[in-house]
Design a protein around this ligand. Structure first.
Ligand code: SF4
Length: 355
């Protein structure tokens, strides 16, 4: 055992975090927790893990659930393709693999929604296979401790860190080692304000010894976020409102929304042209615009969404629309919405309660 492994494991023995999924050793619970944790902080994922375990204690329960129900339970966690893939994978395993997960890294990697990190984590935690996990925490710890300034999101960086992670894996107990390095990265060697002065690894840490902690890891910033402008029409007829299920190859697949008019920035900032936009959407209907909301914003990985909600009251029900469904407004909270719509609905609820 090298001194990096030794100090890390000693630290873990004393301070390991008590997280709800650590009490489960079955592959289903481990897979569930790892999918929830992808690109998500522990605090945010924890209530979702508890909700999913309660509602779907076994993989058969998840496989038997309707996708809409799973999406609703996932609402607010973001990266919704994870929920769709998770549901599809559960069905695949139940229907084709007799409810048995593959028991090794190579076969786990073939499952939908399971990438290299997740496959390594499941193989290591559930089957004690000698796989090194490499997530954001691991990149950070290794780059700082060993003083590596190759960009972690470059091809060369990925290769280099994979080799470094494998070389330092404590193969006699890879599950504990993997858990230790991830917990250490999340709590001690954190992105901002790392606890270097109390760190048990600081004597041999290159970044600490060379005052470079804040400059590592290196990441090339390639993502340019595109702005999009949405005018959502909350169209009401008596106690019904109209919803549309997103089925396009775009963000938020399978989530619900109010009928949407996507516009350019010029139109978005000019409120005087909104009625023309609504006219195009509602064609021959008779209606009145009751309210226009303030701007709501949501930032996604590659896009920034700017949205306003136009509240429209019909004087007569619309003729059947092939893509819209009329739902009772009181039941609207049963549908899974993108966060930006959920925020608008919660603000409305708050306003109504205050009135
Ligand atoms: S000394 Fe600081 S930078 Fe180095 S491993 Fe410890 S917490 Fe991370």
């Amino acid at each position: 055992m090298n001194s990096f492994q030794h100090n890390l494991l000693k630290w873990y023995q004393k301070t390991s975090r008590k997280l709800p999924w650590k009490q489960y050793f079955d592959v289903y619970s481990i897979w569930l927790s790892e999918v929830l944790l992808q690109q998500t902080r522990v605090q945010q994922a924890t209530p979702y893990f508890l909700k999913f375990k309660q509602k779907y204690p076994e993989i058969e329960d998840l496989a038997a659930a309707p996708l809409d129900e799973v999406m609703k339970l996932w609402q607010g966690l973001g990266y919704y393709s994870r929920a769709r893939n998770m549901h599809e994978t559960a069905r695949f395993i139940v229907e084709n693999l007799n409810s048995q997960f593959p028991d090794n890294y190579k076969d786990l990697l073939k499952l939908k929604g399971v990438g290299e990190y997740t496959a390594a984590a499941i193989a290591s935690f559930a089957f004690n296979e000698q796989c090194a996990v490499v997530d954001g925490n691991v990149y950070r710890v290794l780059s700082r401790y060993f003083g590596v300034d190759i960009a972690i999101n470059s091809t060369l960086g990925k290769k280099h860190f994979n080799v470094l992670a494998k070389t330092n894996l404590y193969t006699k107990d890879s599950a504990t080692y993997n858990q230790a390095i991830m917990d250490f990265g999340a709590t001690v060697c954190s992105p901002k304000k790392a606890s270097c002065s109390n760190c048990p690894l600081n004597k041999k840490c290159w970044a600490y010894q060379n005052k470079k902690v804040d400059t590592l890891p290196v990441k090339t910033n390639k993502i340019i976020k595109k702005d999009r402008y949405f005018l959502y029409c909350k169209i009401k007829n008596k106690n019904k409102v109209y919803l549309h299920k997103r089925m396009e190859k775009d963000i938020w697949l399978h989530l619900y929304q109010f009928p949407l008019i996507e516009v350019n920035k010029t139109t978005f900032v000019d409120e005087s042209v909104y009625s023309d936009q609504v006219n195009l959407l509602l064609k021959n209907a008779t209606y009145g615009i009751k309210n226009v909301s303030t701007i709501y914003k949501q930032t996604l990985t590659h896009q920034k969404i700017n949205a306003r909600f136009i509240e429209v009251k019909l004087t007569k029900a619309l003729k059947k629309h092939k893509n819209w469904m009329a739902v009772n407004e009181k039941e609207i909270h049963n549908f899974a919405f993108p966060k930006i719509i959920d925020c608008f609905l919660n603000d409305k609820l708050l306003f109504l309660n205050l009135k």
